[in-house]
Design a protein around this ligand. Structure first.
Ligand code: HEC
Ligand SMILES: [Cu+2]
Length: 509
């Protein structure tokens, strides 16, 4: 028999006594039956992640219909965390008592059940109220015997078109990439962009890129407001990828085993399979590789796009980036003349919806997904707590400011995965602007403010003519000044009196 430690919380442990499995409990036990009607209301707090609809697909958590009496970690098709799988192997059955203790603190339950201090659970919610636990269990138990409900609606949020990989059956098609050269593109942290040629030096190639999902604590502002961000390669925005029209992009997406959530990638530059999201959904400990042909030129958003509410949840936790597909012969003005840039910067604008406690203070969470229920409620207000450039208030000001010299032409690439923005360079202009991001359409000229639609990326080209500190911002000035959607460009060089001269300032004359 294993050493039995007393725990302050209520935990039931299986003890092997004379070849019989019995359960020993400390603390509270599931003493009385709950009220299934009240439990139905408690279940609302579960429904962000779980459904009870018969025949439905699992969401972030497994389907809970029939869970009472079911083996733990056994719902078909759902990818359980490693610890719950171990508990399954050890014979854990979800009777009412075990459920009662699981719901109090899933992680501690598994630690104790498996006698493993490193045990983890993907379920972030804890239900401390005993009555609520009893009630929700009574509700789940009542469903186990209830007649079957229809299978169509998942009862969760409005899904996007489901994609089935069997739609990809292609027969035997020749592989056009077999004889192409391959290059590995080193991605860099924004606002910097990977080294690239503006005009392609040779024919199409296969560009290999790697994105590693990092779930990590992330500070949003100078007050230390913190979230557990979801990121590609650890940055917000995710790195810019650069290709030319006709190139193939071969993307490796990795989800390290230390993560807790499923992720994937939808690139708006790709054609088919939900932009890749249909064939890249991976659990912690997995990776996916897929290839697409860059057939359209422009700057395009890419983002994580799991099922239902998880898409806006992941997007508003930082999982947005962009890919720029240049025409092979580079950028052109409206008359077909070549346009070149001396520098390019990649700016990602993100809206965050940090949940608040009852006193109005921002809440903090320890692990990815723990804020899910609160965050979904908060994002449904459509009122962001933060709108920032490059992940945090002030990321692109002070030491982080963008730089240029008088006479240099700068390409500003701007992505917003979720919400509209209106960009303005104070004291400057957009000489050439591809507002929708499409390089196949002629650029607009000499704009004061340009619009980047939520769910897209845009590009603006400007030649600096005066030195100074320029603010580059979202010209909803409340979003810029109060919420953080602003950056600086520090420009050095000689002042041009012809363009502007201070004639007089002082007392009235
Ligand atoms: C924020 C998302 C989330 C919420 C909210 C949530 N769960 Fe879970 N739940 C999960 C995840 C994820 C798992 C899978 C855990 C794992 O694999 O480690 C899970 C697993 C479970 C399991 C084990 C099922 C099995 O098949 O082994 C039960 C039981 C459960 N949850 C009940 C509930 C109940 C009841 C509520 C509401 C009071 C709730 N959960 C709220 C995410 C959630
Ligand atoms: Cu994701």
């Amino acid at each position: 028999m294993k050493n039995f430690k007393m725990k302050s919380m209520s935990i039931c442990k299986p003890l092997l006594v004379a070849a019989f499995m019995i359960t020993a409990c400390v603390g509270n036990v599931f003493a009385q039956e709950g009220d299934p009607e009240a439990g139905k209301i408690v279940f609302k707090s579960c429904s962000a992640c779980h459904t009870v609809t018969e025949g439905a697909k699992s969401g972030f958590g497994p389907v809970l219909r029939g869970v009472v009496g079911r083996a733990a970690g056994s719902f078909e098709g759902y990818k359980y965390g490693g610890s719950l799988k171990e508990a399954n192997a050890k014979g854990l059955i979800w009777d009412k008592e075990q459920l009662f203790n699981w719901l109090e603190n899933p992680k501690n339950f598994l630690k104790s059940y498996l006698d493993d201090p490193a045990a983890k659970s993907k379920m972030p919610l804890k239900v401390t109220d005993e009555k609520k636990r009893r009630d929700v269990i009574a509700y789940l138990a009542s469903l186990s015997d209830a007649p079957k409900e229809k299978a169509e609606a998942s009862g969760m949020s409005h899904g996007m078109t489901p994609f089935k990989a069997d739609q990809m059956k292609s027969g035997d098609q020749p592989d056009a990439t077999t004889n192409l050269g391959r290059v590995r593109q080193t991605l860099v942290t924004p606002p910097f962009v990977p080294e690239h040629d503006q005009v392609a030096k040779s024919g199409p190639k296969v560009i290999e890129v790697e994105l590693v999902v990092e779930e990590k604590k992330w500070v949003l502002d100078g007050d230390g407001t913190e979230i557990v961000a979801l990121t590609f390669n650890g940055s917000i925005p995710a790195p810019l990828i650069v290709a030319h029209e006709g190139d193939y992009v071969e993307l490796t997406l990795k989800n390290p085993a230390t993560n807790l959530m499923e992720h994937n990638i939808d690139l708006h530059a790709a054609t088919g399979a939900l932009g890749g999201a249909g064939i890249t959904t991976i659990s912690p400990g997995e990776q996916a590789v897929f290839r697409f042909k860059a057939t359209k030129t422009g700057v395009f958003l890419y983002h994580c796009a799991p099922e239902g509410s998880m898409t806006p949840y992941h997007v508003t936790h930082g999982m947005t980036g962009a890919i720029m597909v240049l025409p092979r012969d580079g950028l052109k003005d409206d008359k077909g003349n070549q346009l070149k840039y001396d520098r390019a910067y990649f700016i990602g604008e993100n809206d965050f919806y940090v949940p608040r406690d009852e006193n109005g203070n921002f809440k903090k969470y320890e692990t990815a997904g723990e804020d899910l229920t609160d965050w979904i409620a908060s994002m449904k207000t459509l009122t962001p707590s933060h709108i920032v450039f490059n992940g945090r208030v002030g990321a692109l000001t002070g030491k982080g400011a963008m730089k240029a010299n008088v006479g240099e032409t700068v390409l500003f690439l701007h992505v917003q995965g979720n919400r509209d923005t209106r960009l303005h360079l104070i004291g400057g202009h957009g000489d050439f602007v591809w507002e929708t991001g499409s390089f196949a359409s002629p650029p607009m000229k000499d704009l004061e403010t340009w619009f980047v639609r939520g769910g897209s990326a845009g590009a603006a080209l400007y030649t600096f003519r005066q030195p100074g500190v320029y603010a580059y911002l979202n010209h909803n000035l409340i979003e810029a000044v109060e919420l953080g959607a602003a950056a600086h460009v520090v420009v050095e060089g000689e002042w041009n009196d012809d363009l502007m001269k201070q004639v007089y300032i002082g007392p009235l004359k």
